[in-house]
Design a binder for this molecule. Sequence first.
Ligand code: HPA
Length: 254
Amino acid sequence: MLAIIGGTGATQLGYFVRHHRRVARTPYGETSGALTFGEIDGQQVVFIARHGFGHTIPPHLINYRANIWALADIKVRRIVALASVGGIRPDLAPGTLIVPDQIIDYTWGRPHTFVTEGDKPFVHTDFTRPYDERLRQQLLAAAHDAGEPIFDGGVYACTQGPRLETAAEIRRIAGDGGDMVGMTAMPEAILAREAGLAYATLAFTTNWAAGEGGNTERVALNTASEQSNEALERILRILRQLVDTSKKAAVEQA
Ligand code: HPA
């Protein structure tokens, strides 16, 4: 089953038919909210709102471990993470969709691993390519088939939040190689890897990052703007295509 981690809006739009919600119990405490089970074009999907259904949980307080554990527990195999980001690279203007291929982690103090006991053998998880390449390619193919322009690759710089960055911080991040900035990629991506789940992000720029694109005075996150609604519609078309392609592949295999 495919899981979608995202904002509140995605379950409210046409293609997603809601069936039921289920509260998950995990060894790490509560998930961001109940898991919402439903379907897109007859294919089962499960949705979890990262910031809670009322959008009340800030990035540094999200229980990433509970969310990922709960999805692994119900045997999800693929996770598409939706993420709003600020654009740093000059071609990533507000309203752009991207499937990033790398991450730089600037977060701190977040419970960031399932490896918590000091008396058991452990492994150093490989994270050379933080996103699942197969799922990334599936997302890109779905976007292509849906006729939606999208950027292939880019470095997602994950900051701590909840405050936005200073212009100098963004200059530093750009110097480090960051192309876009958001607050939720980590530890979500590494936890998915540790749990053995395929994870890829579908990012959309809601704004220019601080100091970029003429943003010299202040950054406004246009999450409720017409442009964001349009981005959400485009994202849903891509997800629908992804699900339809998987359905066809499953039929052909059977
Ligand atoms: N910075 C950090 N996170 C964000 C931004 C930003 O500019 N825009 C959307 N998420």
